[in-house]
Design a protein around this ligand. Structure first.
Ligand code: SF4
Ligand code: SF4
Length: 475
């Protein structure tokens, strides 16, 4: 049989398939209810903390920064109220981050994306930007109508919205740099144009990113940029409380006419109020979705509708999959808070927290490092004695000048000198790392291969002992 010749399809002729979903504009409606109230309160709380913390003062003495929370990049230190973290102690910050991550895992295993729904900066600022947009342009229906309104009206309202977003973004960027410098000093400098260039650059970067991510990109950040929605899939299970549409109660759905029977149908009247308030524009009735922030606004929306049609609230609610399955069969399950994963996360939090606490309680208020000289390893003195040199570094974490006593414990017959002077006391000014040149000389017949140095603060009574190697000629 003769085959009909086919014309090869070139790459140019292949139908184009976009790898990106087109953006759907979302017009979230204002929800009313307990979760919306909770979100307003948490928004005020989290924004209040962010904007006010740099202005909190903390008395550390005359020469020290008076800001309670300060990331002092110039001095390489992090001040957190009464705690001062040096670069050598960065493990405290690592420990805090580990604790925060484990806490997030535990909360997610118990109640889903609580972080995303209520506390994440992206959610909080987006919520604020939407509130501003609603203030200038009206609620959902008014904003929908504005899209086809005369150009001048549209331009005026949208300009007011974007100008307000830029002011919020500027205040956000401005507040961020106050964490890195003394806020009451930096503010007038920023206003008068005398602040360092870096401050203006960072204010600019944070103004732009806040405007872009919170005002323009909004839910796109959560859906496409953030890794957390992908990770949380592995952290939730059948017993995690999630914002859920109770399928067994709502279906079959459909419009309901006043006075009509509820027999043979579900409680969902298909009003789409839950979709209208959703900040990511999804329909919770389609089941668990990556886009769902677990903000619970759809619960508020549905709880407003149910009493109006004479049905009990809670068609959308925080519920577990296990309970949903049981309820579908007419049963009910008790929430299982104690599960292998929650026990594991809690245990890890307890272990990491205990280690952090013990490290903090045992934290010395001065640190010592002793580095033997590499070149030369030793020096033979004119009388035949052998001398080793060391760099001794003392970090004084107190806000007072301290005088440390340095003594040679071993070898007892060795001779100690500091900066080619007799030892005496080593003076270290407040809150500073100071270096000293230390020499230990022993007789040519001595056999020691190490030296033991004691560093003691006679005022506080604190002591540190250091063992360092001692090199001598071979043979
Ligand atoms: S589906 Fe409900 S809980 Fe999820 S993001 Fe939308 S409104 Fe929030
Ligand atoms: S708000 Fe409630 S009743 Fe209305 S569509 Fe959503 S689930 Fe159904």
């Amino acid at each position: 049989m003769l085959m009909k010749p086919t014309t090869p399809v070139t790459d140019l002729e292949k139908p184009k398939v976009s790898l990106f979903a087109p953006r759907r504009k979302i017009y979230p409606k204002l929800a009313h209810g307990n979760y919306r109230r909770l979100k307003w309160i948490l928004m005020a709380f989290t924004l209040g903390i962010y904007y006010s913390v740099p202005w909190l003062r903390w008395d550390r003495g005359a020469e020290m920064p008076g800001q309670a929370v300060l990331l002092d990049m110039a001095q390489e230190r992090f001040f957190l109220f009464g705690l001062e973290i040096w670069p050598q102690e960065f493990y405290y910050v690592t420990g805090l981050l580990i604790l925060a991550s484990l806490g997030l895992f535990l909360v997610t295993a118990l109640a889903g994306r609580v972080w995303c729904g209520y506390f994440c900066p992206q959610t909080v600022w987006t919520d604020l930007m939407i509130a501003v947009e609603r203030f200038w342009e009206g609620d959902r229906n008014a904003r929908l109508r504005l899209d086809s309104a005369p150009l001048v009206k549209r331009l005026l309202k949208r300009s007011l919205t974007h100008a307000s977003w830029l002011v919020i973004a500027l205040l956000t960027g401005g507040a961020f740099v106050f964490y890195f410098a003394d806020a009451p000093t930096l503010l007038p400098q920023l206003i008068t144009g005398s602040a360092p260039n870096e401050a203006y650059i960072f204010v600019g970067i944070f103004t732009f990113t806040t405007y872009l991510l919170g005002g323009i990109a909004r839910e796109q950040v959560c859906t496409y940029m953030c890794p957390w929605p992908r990770i949380q899939g592995a952290l939730v299970d059948q017993d995690t409380f999630l914002v859920t549409y109770r399928n067994y109660r709502g279906e079959p759905r459909g419009p309901h006419h006043k006075g009509a029977s509820w027999e043979g149908r579900g409680d969902c009247v298909d009003c789409r109020a839950c979709v209208a308030v959703c900040p990511t524009g999804i329909d919770i009735r389609d089941g668990a979705q990556l886009e769902c922030l677990q903000c619970a606004l759809c619960i508020d929306a549905c709880n407003e509708i149910m009493p109006r049609v004479g049905r009990p609230t809670g068609l959308i609610a925080y519920d577990t999959i296990a309970n949903q399955k049981a309820a579908g069969g007419g049963g009910v399950t008790m929430p299982r808070l104690l599960r292998p994963r929650t026990i594991l996360y809690s245990s890890l939090i307890a272990i990491a927290g205990s280690i952090m606490l013990i490290a903090l309680l045992l934290r010395n208020d001065f640190e010592v490092t002793v580095l033997p000289d590499r070149n030369p390893l030793f020096v033979r003195l004119s009388n035949g004695d052998v001398r080793n040199g060391y760099t001794l570094k003392i970090l004084n974490k107190q806000y007072r000048t301290r005088h440390f006593a340095l003594t040679l414990r071993n070898p007892e017959e060795g001779r100690l000198s500091v900066d080619n002077q007799n030892t005496g006391y080593l003076r270290v000014p407040p809150d500073i790392l100071r270096e000293f040149k230390v020499y230990v000389a022993v007789s040519k017949n001595a056999q020691n291969d190490a030296v033991i140095l004691d560093i003691h603060d006679p005022v506080s009574g604190a002591s540190v002992t250091h063992v360092a190697s001692f090199r001598r000629p071979q043979g």
